[in-house]
Design a binder for this molecule. Structure first.
Ligand SMILES: Cc1ncc(COP(=O)(O)O)c(C=O)c1O
Length: 364
């Protein structure tokens, strides 16, 4: 074939899906598979959100609002910022990818910790920037001092994942503030808080106040986790109006579809439901972590909706496939940056019980 493709394809790491390939969510549920591989919520969306989704279906002959006005207004109201500071995207991943394109020329530098979210390597691969990966510190937490030490005149983006995926470790808002203080203002700090609602160290909104002090800070959040809307793909960023304009300039105008906009705008009104989901997740976190420790396994100190488990020398592939044979999907550590581990998302109490029993049996 004489067609040639862009050289950047060779740099793109490729995404390994957490679910058994080719299976739709309904088939996974019907097949009794415990889907503990993608850090989703095990709970369906709020009934009012489902009603909104159904009601908006009748208007699908129209394009969505390209400015996502209602959703951005509701996010702004909820976080007490101006609507102009809010960017919405087809998942927060889209905003991150667009940011790398909008901020980086080839040769620019992007700094992030590793192991961290598997999407970050795409930022450099797509934009032609150079990536600098900074190893995690003790206790598998981000090493903010080491990250700051990598910043140069060429650094365009520093990504801070807090709590960190896949380790779940969390740094306080005060530590994040001190980090922001120490960085030069030509650097965009992308603070990825996809799991922030699940941590109990700080008020989950403590970092939002930092936006006022640091115009180069962008906080990324998502409706995919605590809101239970992963299938709709909606994320948002709070930062400067300039950041929003830059991201909007490099992507298609209708990136968040109309059903997703309507559903997210409804979901954000139900803070009681968010609190309930957080409570349920924390209860399961305590239970799963305790059971793992009773098995003699070490885990990172998680503040998220998943555990990062050191398999204590057991073969990672055997454990993942042994669990899969019992219809339990978890993530292998190697593709996430550290072999000898698994990452397990908390599912329903019943799914977590199945996972713990199966793991104990496999390790025996
Ligand atoms: C750290 C982190 N950021 C962002 C995302 C993706 O969010 P979204 O579904 O909004 O693209 C994930 C999803 O797993 C994540 O782990």
């Amino acid at each position: 074939m004489s067609v040639t493709f862009s050289q950047k394809l060779a740099r793109i790491p490729g995404y390994q899906a957490g679910v058994p390939t080719g299976k739709a969510p309904e088939a996974i549920a019907a097949g009794g598979i415990a889907q503990l591989a993608s850090n989703e919520s095990p709970f369906s969306p709020h009934p009012k959100v489902i009603e909104t989704i159904q009601a908006s279906a009748a208007a699908m002959n129209r394009y969505p609002d390209p400015a996502a006005t209602l959703l951005r207004d509701r996010i702004a109201e909820r976080y007490e910022v101006e609507p102009g500071q809010v960017t919405v995207g087809n998942g927060s991943c889209e905003i991150l990818l667009a940011a790398s394109e909008a901020l980086c020329e080839p040769g620019a530098e992007i700094v992030y910790a590793w192991p961290s979210f598997s999407m970050y390597p795409y930022l450099a691969a797509l934009s032609g920037a150079r990536e600098i990966r900074v190893p995690l510190a003790e206790r598998e937490a981000l090493d903010l001092d080491a990250m700051a030490a990598e910043v140069t005149a060429a650094t365009q983006i520093v990504v801070v994942c807090n709590p960190n995926n896949p380790t779940g470790t969390h740094l306080s808002a005060a530590e994040v503030a001190a980090f922001c203080e120490g960085l030069p203002d030509h650097v965009t700090i992308a603070l990825d808080e996809a799991y922030i609602e699940f941590q109990t160290n700080d008020d989950p909104d403590a970092t939002i106040d930092l936006i006022r002090d640091f115009p180069n800070l962008v906080i990324l959040r998502t409706f995919s986790k605590v809101y239970g809307l992963a299938g709709l793909r909606v994320g948002f960023a709070i930062g400067s109006a300039k950041f929003r304009a830059a991201v909007d300039a490099v992507r298609q105008p209708f990136s968040v579809n109309a059903i997703a906009q309507a559903a997210a705008a409804e979901a954000i009104l139900h803070s009681d439901d968010v609190a309930r989901r957080v409570e349920g997740t924390i209860a399961e976190r305590l239970r799963v972590e305790e059971a793992l420790h009773e098995m003699g396994l070490k885990t990172a100190e998680t503040q998220a909706n998943f555990s990062w488990v050191d398999l204590n020398g057991a073969e990672e592939g055997d454990v993942v496939s042994g669990l899969a044979e019992q219809a339990i999907a978890v993530r292998a550590g190697a593709p996430l940056g550290d072999s000898g581990h698994i990452r397990v998302t908390y599912g329903t109490p019943e799914e977590n019980g199945r996972f713990l029993a199966a793991l104990e049996q496999l390790l025996d």
